[in-house]
Design a protein around this ligand. Structure first.
Ligand SMILES: NC(=O)c1ccc[n+]([C@@H]2O[C@H](COP(=O)([O-])OP(=O)(O)OC[C@H]3O[C@@H](n4cnc5c(N)ncnc54)[C@H](OP(=O)(O)O)[C@@H]3O)[C@@H](O)[C@H]2O)c1
Length: 365
C-alpha cells in the first residue's frame, strides 16, 4: 500500500482528541480480562479471551484478511462462529483463512471477493454468500488515502466512497439475509477521530477543499452516523435486526502479535512501538469491541462500544454517544444523500414484533 495505508500508526488515526469522560463509568476490569457491567445493574461478565460459544452463527467481516478485521475473524472463529472474510484480494483472503485454521481447531472460515470501492461488484459478492443465515456483518474494512484526493470507480472521494458508501450499499444488499435471521446485527466500525470533525452535508465527497486526514475522519463519522440512523430506522420498522457502533481505540501494527504470513512485524517496528503501549494497543485487542458488539447477547442496538482506557485501549465497554452522532436531522440527510448516490436504501422486513404491533393497530382501528 502506498497512498492507501493502514489507519493507525501510519495515518495519524490516533491523534484524535481523547476525552476520558467518554469512557463509561462503573465498568471494572480484572486481571482475567473480564468486565463487570455494574452500570447495567446485572452480574453479566464478558471474557474477551473466551467469549460465549456461538456455534451455528455466521458472520461476514469486511477486510477480514488484515489488521483488526483479521483478529475479529480469528476471535469469532474461536467462539465457533462460521466466519466469512470479505476481501478484495483472494490470495490475502486465503492466507488469512489459513492462519485462522492453523490457530483455531475446527474453524469454519470462508471468503468472498468484496471491493467496497467498486459498488457495482457488491451484488456478486452478496450472491456468493449464498442463502442461509447471516447473524452479523462487521463493517470493518477501511482505507486512508494519505495524499492527494482520489476517487472510487463510481467517482466518489475514495475514503467516503469506500468506508461509508461501500458499506451503505453492502447493507442494502444484505438486508434480506439479515432480516431473515432473527436477532442479527450490523456492526459498524467507527473511530474516535469522528469526534473532531463535522460532516459537510453539501460536500460529502470533499470536492471543495480536500484535506486527507479530515476526509478520513469525516468518512468514519459518516459510517457512525449511518449506524445510529440505521438503528433508529430498524426500531421504527419493528425489525429484529439491530445496528451497533464499535470503535477500536488506537492500534499499532508494532504492538500486534505476529500472524505470519498475514502479519509479521520486524524487530525494529516492535521496538519503535513499545513506548506507545502506555496509551495504545495491538490490533488483537482493538478487535474486542467489534467482537463483543457482534456476539454479546446483552448488547443492544444504538449502543457505542469502545476500549475502556481513555477510549484508546483496554477492555470493551459502552461509551457515551456524543450528540452530533445521533442528530436525527443529520442522520436523515446523510441517509437520503447516500441512497441517492448508491441508487437505493437498505430496506429491512419487519420482524415478528413489528408484525404483531401493526396487527394490533389494525385491530383497534
Ligand atoms: N488502527 C487504528 O488505530 C484504528 C483506529 C480507529 C478506527 N480504525 C478502523 O478500524 C478498521 C480497521 O483498521 P486497521 O487498522 O485494521 O486497517 P488495515 O490494517 O489497513 O486493514 C484494512 C482492511 O480493509 C481492507 N480494505 C481496504 N479497502 C478495501 C476495499 N475497497 N474493499 C474491501 N476491503 C478493503 C484492507 O484490505 P487489503 O488488505 O486488500 O488492503 C484490509 O483488510 C478501519 O475501518 C479503520 O478505519 C482503526
Amino acid at each position: 500500500m502506498n497512498t492507501e495505508s493502514v489507519p493507525g500508526e501510519r495515518t495519524g488515526e490516533i491523534s484524535g482528541r481523547t476525552d476520558p469522560a467518554r469512557v463509561a463509568v462503573g465498568n471494572q476490569e480484572n486481571r482475567r480480562g473480564r468486565v463487570g457491567r455494574s452500570t447495567q445493574g446485572d452480574e453479566m461478565t464478558w471474557n474477551v479471551h473466551r467469549p460465549p460459544r456461538a456455534d451455528g452463527k455466521r458472520v461476514l467481516v469486511t477486510g477480514g484478511n488484515a489488521g483488526i478485521g483479521y483478529f475479529v475473524a480469528e476471535q469469532l472463529a474461536g467462539a465457533g462462529v462460521e466466519v466469512v472474510l470479505g476481501c478484495r484480494d483472494t490470495a490475502r483472503a486465503e492466507a488469512a483463512a489459513g492462519s485462522i485454521r492453523a490457530r483455531v481447531p475446527d474453524a469454519r472460515v470462508a471468503h468472498v471477493r468484496l471491493d467496497l470501492a467498486d459498488p457495482a461488484s457488491l451484488e456478486s459478492s452478496v450472491d456468493s454468500l449464498g442463502p442461509g443465515r447471516l447473524d452479523a456483518v462487521v463493517q470493518n474494512a477501511g482505507v486512508l488515502v494519505d495524499g492527494p484526493r482520489r476517487e472510487t470507480a463510481a467517482g466518489h472521494e475514495m475514503m467516503f466512497g469506500t468506508n461509508h458508501l461501500g458499506h451503505f450499499a453492502l447493507t442494502r444488499l444484505l438486508a434480506p439475509l439479515l432480516s431473515a435471521t432473527p436477532g442479527s446485527r450490523v456492526v459498524v466500525v467507527g473511530s474516535i477521530t469522528a469526534d473532531s470533525v463535522r460532516l459537510d452535508l453539501d460536500d460529502l465527497d470533499d470536492g471543495r477543499d480536500f484535506r486527507a486526514k479530515r476526509a478520513y475522519a469525516r468518512s468514519k463519522l459518516a459510517q457512525m452516523t449511518f449506524g445510529f440512523e440505521l438503528d433508529r430506522r430498524l426500531r421504527t420498522a419493528g425489525s429484529t435486526v439491530s445496528a451497533v457502533v464499535a470503535h477500536p481505540g488506537g492500534a499499532l501494527d508494532g504492538l500486534t502479535p505476529a500472524r505470519p504470513p498475514v502479519h509479521a512485524p520486524g524487530l525494529g517496528a516492535r521496538a519503535r512501538s513499545l513506548p506507545a503501549r502506555v496509551l495504545l494497543q495491538g490490533k488483537d485487542s482493538a478487535a474486542w469491541p467489534a467482537v463483543r458488539a457482534a456476539l454479546d447477547p446483552e448488547v443492544t442496538g444504538g449502543q457505542l462500544w469502545g476500549p475502556r482506557v481513555f477510549g484508546l485501549r483496554g477492555l470493551p465497554v459502552v461509551h457515551r454517544v456524543r450528540a452530533h452522532l445521533v442528530d436525527p436531522m443529520i442522520g436523515e440527510r446523510l441517509w437520503a444523500a447516500s441512497a441517492d448516490l448508491v441508487g437505493g436504501e437498505p430496506v429491512f422486513a419487519p420482524g415478528r414484533q413489528g408484525l404483531d404491533e401493526r396487527q394490533e393497530v389494525r385491530d383497534v382501528g
